[in-house]
Ligand binder design. Structure first.
Ligand SMILES: [Zn+2]
Length: 252
């Protein structure tokens, strides 16, 4: 497989001879207001440009949308993706919302979905703790399996929790993409993985390679790549935890 970190949680994935686009957030730099009640209200979203053109990014066979927050499926994605493209979403509720935008080929992920000969297993997650976690709503991740590929787990917008631990235990993924950034509101704990959460994921799956996405692209993500890399190298996980720049591709 090849995984290209595009920007925020947006990935382009070559897997089992198919090309997937994950969580398309395709607006130009500084299109949207900052998320309300979050730090850095002086920054507009996304805070950085796309590393390649939208036209190139959307040349895929299918799209996976882990949840419907704007930094995972935005107006620009709705406008530019072909309305006939295959889209996998986390639930019937999300499927209906995406169909209302004019997309006609949208399917809810289940415990065993298929795209050609690729198996897709929906996973759960927790987008924060307590009241804020509830307000963030339901989120998903996905496990991909194919006879000629390593097992891949894309965890989505989740903190380290039982759902992540169970997905690792049940599917033994060799490659895991987690959403870092330690996004947070002015109150409460982070709603995406902190450096400690990322290290915990590594401890739970020491034979896997962890790829950290969702970094340095929206106003309320406070963890930088530099801080994360320093933390990992102090802890001794640099060989297994990769923090790609936007536009960087990794092969497994
Ligand atoms: Zn997000």
């Amino acid at each position: 497989m090849d995984i290209t970190q595009i920007r925020n949680a947006t990935l382009v994935l070559n897997y089992g001879k198919k090309k997937f686009l994950v969580d398309p957030f395709l607006a130009k730099k500084e299109t949207y207001r900052p998320f309300p009640h979050t730090p850095h209200q002086d920054k507009l979203n996304p805070t950085v440009d796309l590393p390649i053109s939208v036209e190139e990014i959307i040349q895929v066979d299918a799209v996976i949308v882990t949840h419907l927050h704007v930094d995972h499926f935005d107006a620009s994605a709705i406008e530019t993706l072909p309305k006939s493209i295959k889209i996998f979403a986390q639930s019937k509720k999300d499927v209906n919302k995406i169909k209302k935008e004019g997309f006609v080929n949208v399917e809810a992920l289940t415990n065993l979905s298929h795209f050609g000969d690729i198996h897709l297993h929906k996973t759960n997650g927790k987008h924060g703790r307590g009241v804020i976690g509830k307000l963030m709503g339901k989120v998903s991740g996905v496990i991909l399996k194919h006879s000629n590929e390593k097992t891949l787990y894309i965890a989505g917008d989740t903190i380290w929790c039982d759902d992540v631990q169970n997905a690792i235990h049940d599917h033994n993924p060799e490659v895991i993409v987690v959403n870092g950034g330690a996004a947070q509101f002015l109150q409460g704990k982070p709603i995406t993985m902190t450096k400690e959460d990322i290290f915990q994921t590594y401890i739970a799956s020491q034979n896997s390679t962890i790829i950290v996405s969702h970094m340095e692209a929206v106003n309320h993500c406070l963890l930088t790549r530099k801080e994360l890399k320093n933390f990992i190298s102090e802890k001794g996980g640099s060989n297994n935890i990769l923090v790609p720049d936007d536009g960087e591709s990794l092969s497994f």
